[in-house]
Design a protein around this ligand. Structure first.
Ligand code: RET
Length: 228
């Protein structure tokens, strides 16, 4: 790996960080009350699944210097629904129904499948597929910040309310990192082509993953070790 290979470097560091975070979340399960164990287990699974994908993505990049788009989206299609599960688990005590979970998972599947089409299949129409993906993303934001999930959070304990608010912030700000990476990566021939060359798509995705996956887990961890 050469010293200016920032993509290779962030794949490597990302892999290590995801592994370390997984160990931390799994070991923390023993220290918390029973009702939070599943949430911490899910936090550890999110970072573990990412660690394994990062291991393969690092290899793929090292061998080809191409974006590992397929591994990237397989990782996301597994981990983003698990992040939806985190919302469901903390709101269950307030009466969250599985139906809410399915809405979140369906919206994230639409967001990711349309994103994959734009990035890997119909690149000429990346702007259109990105727009569809963005609409699904805003539906998720709506559900958690204004819709059903918000109503349940309002009925929850103070600790859950804080955790919910923080997770919402990760989705609103942390997840917004991804469309920036997408626009940089697919800019060729699109209205946003001026963004090209402003950093590499994979570096941005890797930063986004580290912030969001480890950040989500830490929110859950502080809820679990807190007073309620
Ligand atoms: C751990 C992985 C996470 C949290 C991945 C999240 C991915 C997104 C929020 C992706 C969103 C996209 C758009 C909103 C539009 C352009 C296409 C995507 C798929 C990059």
């Amino acid at each position: 790996m050469d010293n200016t290979d920032y993509v290779g470097f962030t794949f490597f560091v990302g892999c290590m960080a995801m592994m370390a975070a997984s160990v931390f979340f799994f070991f923390s399960m023993n220290m918390v009350e029973g009702k939070w164990k599943t949430s911490l287990l899910v936090s550890g699974l999110i970072t573990l699944i990412a660690a394994v994908h990062y291991y393969y993505m690092r290899d793929y990049w090292a061998a080809t210097e191409d974006s590992p788009t397929f591994f990237r989206y397989v990782d996301w299609i597994l981990t983003v629904p698990l992040m939806c599960v985190e919302f469901y688990l903390i709101l269950k005590a307030a009466g969250a129904k599985v139906n809410l979970l399915w809405k979140l998972i369906a919206a994230s599947a639409v967001m990711l499948v349309t994103g994959y089409f734009g990035e890997a299949v119909y690149r000429d129409a990346a702007a259109m597929w990105g727009l569809f993906s963005g609409l699904a993303y805003f539906y998720i934001v709506y559900l958690i910040m204004f819709g059903e999930a918000k109503a349940l959070a309002d009925k929850s304990s103070a600790g859950v309310q804080t955790a919910h608010k923080l997770l919402c912030r990760f989705v609103l700000i942390g997840w917004a990192i991804y469309p920036i990476g997408y626009m940089i990566g697919t800019g060729e021939g699109q209205w946003y082509s001026f963004l090209q060359g402003a950093l590499e798509m994979d570096v941005i995705y890797n930063i986004g993953d580290a912030i969001n996956k480890i950040g989500f887990g830490l929110v859950i961890y502080s809820l679990a070790v807190g007073k309620d």
